[in-house]
Unconditional design. Structure first.
Length: 284
């Protein structure tokens, strides 16, 4: 009989320079019995930075997998995990800022690459332009400064001159804004949240939530081949409107699949019908 914890006692490489092991280690240990090994002197910023010094090449999923393999190469381990985040407007509510977190687990022994995602609606991702720090008092409170760090850079100026990251005191923030405005073509500074995990507790909570989501799936074995990683992998849209029966964009069935043998099952969603507010015919 296959072990319910096929990874118990194993080690996995976690590539990070921003302290993500504080959020990820416990879920992996608790759910899977995996201990994380964080390689020293590994520079994940080579794959891209939030503040723009290094452009990210590829999608968050692609970068996340490259990051996991970076850690595996550094440690020589055949298991690896990594996280990548991006931030912007909500896909359905454009005025609402959200975070999009990706976490990938690689098992080269079984040939498994499993990625889970999280749309984090609770985020303090935001930015402002200002000529001086006195213009920012309400905004600073809203983005939870100084418990969450800030980044300052000249507005409308190319390059990294005048860029300051990791600001956690008002004195340093004031100084950075003054220096940035002198360089800026507009005479203003752009102040934004530092979204690096070790300087953003709100983001760290999202990463922990995603780690539990990923480990729960890894702890679930495939009913066909008993490989770890069985879980919901997609949906089939078309839930009918309760008034007219027109298919909507809401989910009709969920797809569950294995990332090792590719066995799949379809299961109906909980709702039998969709509200007319989601119907393209009743509410065009």
């Amino acid at each position: 009989m296959k072990s319910p914890k096929p990874y118990f006692g194993r080690e996995a490489a976690l590539a990070t320079k921003h302290g993500k092991q504080k959020a990820i280690a416990r879920p992996f240990k608790h759910a899977l019995g995996i201990s994380l090994v964080t390689p020293e002197h590994i520079d994940t910023d080579l794959l891209g930075t939030f503040s723009g010094e290094v452009a990210r090449e590829g999608s968050p999923r692609e970068v996340c997998e490259r990051k996991a393999r970076m850690g595996m190469t550094s440690t020589g381990l055949t298991l690896g995990v990594a996280n990548e985040g991006s931030f912007g407007p909500h896909p359905f509510i454009p005025f609402l800022p959200v975070g999009f977190e990706v976490m990938t687990f690689i098992d080269d022994d079984r040939g498994i690459v499993l990625t889970e995602t999280l749309l984090a609606e609770k985020t303090n991702y935001s930015h402002r332009k200002a000529e001086c720090i006195d213009e920012l008092d309400e905004w600073l409170e809203a983005v939870q400064f100084p418990s969450h760090a800030l980044v300052v850079k000249p507005t409308s100026t190319n390059g990294t001159e005048g860029l300051t990251k990791g600001l956690v005191t008002r004195i340093d923030l004031d100084d950075a804004i003054r220096r940035a405005t002198l360089i800026s073509e507009e005479g203003t500074a752009t102040i934004e949240k530092d979204m690096r995990a070790h300087l953003n507790p709100t983001r760290m909570v999202s990463i922990r939530r995603l780690a539990f989501k990923l480990t729960r799936r890894l702890a679930t074995l495939c009913p066909a081949c008993s490989a770890p990683g069985w879980g919901r992998s997609g949906v089939i849209k078309g839930l009918p409107c309760q008034d007219c029966g027109t298919p909507t964009e809401l989910s009709l069935r969920s797809i569950f699949s294995c990332c090792a043998c590719y066995y799949k099952e379809e299961k109906p969603c909980f709702e039998e019908n969709a509200s007319p507010q989601f119907c393209p015919f009743c509410n065009p």
